[in-house]
Design a protein around this ligand. Sequence first.
Ligand code: AMP
Ligand code: MG
Length: 399
Amino acid sequence: MLSYEEALDHLLAAAQPVEESKPVPLSVARGRILAADVVANVTVPPLDNSAMDGYAVRCVDCAQAGVALPVAQRIPAGSVGHALAAGTAARIFTGAPVPAGADAVVMQEFCEHGADGQVIVNQVPKSGQNIRRAGEDIMAGAVVLQAGTRIGAAEIGLAASIGIAQLPVRRHLRVALLSTGDELTEPGNPLPPGGIYNSNRHFLGAMFEGYGCAVTDAGHVPDTLDATRQALRDAAAAHDLIVTSGGVSVGEEDHVKPAVEAEGALSLWKIAIKPGKPLAFGKVGSRGTAFIGLPGNPVSCFVTFLLFLRPYVLKRMGVATALPVARQLVSASDWSKPEDRRSFLRARIAPDGRVELYPNQSSGVLTSCAWADGLVDVAANRTFKAGDPVRYLAFADLL
Ligand code: AMP
Ligand code: MG
């Protein structure tokens, strides 16, 4: 058996990122992967500007509180004033450029109207106060976003702030999903005796969509070797990755295994984790399209997806860092029956901040995955009690 890390290393070593890229408008960039560094060719903010509504002054003119100064100009945001003459103040508004010669802005709350349109400054300003410096956010020439970043709302805002309307993104990873298994019925149909609904197909489709992959649901493959080989060949031609669930347990009589072997190559990995022991990894067709077979048990499928497929898929999408982040939290539950394999328990953070386990950790209980908001990673042969520290992987970091 391989350890989790060994299996992940094998998988990541084989994950070549897609190469093609193209610029897309900001409006459709969310979720895409940045293909090149983004360099600013403007400075943000472009000029020193006021952080407050108030009066721009020279500190030397305001050596004591209560000085009256003529208001020589008015500078709203979006317009540029002229140099501030000695012994005068400028009415200024938030975001407006600070005029040359001024070295502080006094908030209007510390000022009052004097005679003849003068302003009385009731504060002794410190040099630089309430002035946002040019380039305080971004200097022209700086890398503001790095290649391999998953583009979210903040990245889109940052690109817009330096005047960039399009971002270079990697092309979508093209994923084909195949379903196999005579017991599976599609949702929306009556369930025949002995049947179960196909949940993995829909879960996998939603996960890949969530990562921004171009997903083809290649459907339910008829249960013959020829049909399975044909479906694999068809999928291999136009995709970067073929994913199936079920039918790859060691020794199982199933067509996926022999079909992948006949159309390419397959390794079956037994991994020392629970749930989700078997994982199949191979290649199909003349382009060597990657094949990954996940376990059929829905919970195993879900957990192995998060632990293995997620980093693999993100790396192939071109994401720079895709390894799960773990947090150290305190358990609210006891785990008293040790497992002989490293286990990933469905859990969630209770209102008091501690981690509670779903009561039924069977790999057939998909309810646990919807109830949970993360996984507790517990080593083989270990137990823990309420109050003990546990290693927690949040779905929020994984989905
Ligand atoms: P297998 O890996 O094919 O031996 O399947 C293990 C278990 O997972 C069996 O109980 C299957 O019925 C179930 N299973 C396999 N594929 C799916 C699927 N797509 N949706 C729901 N359950 C499945
Ligand atoms: Mg099966």
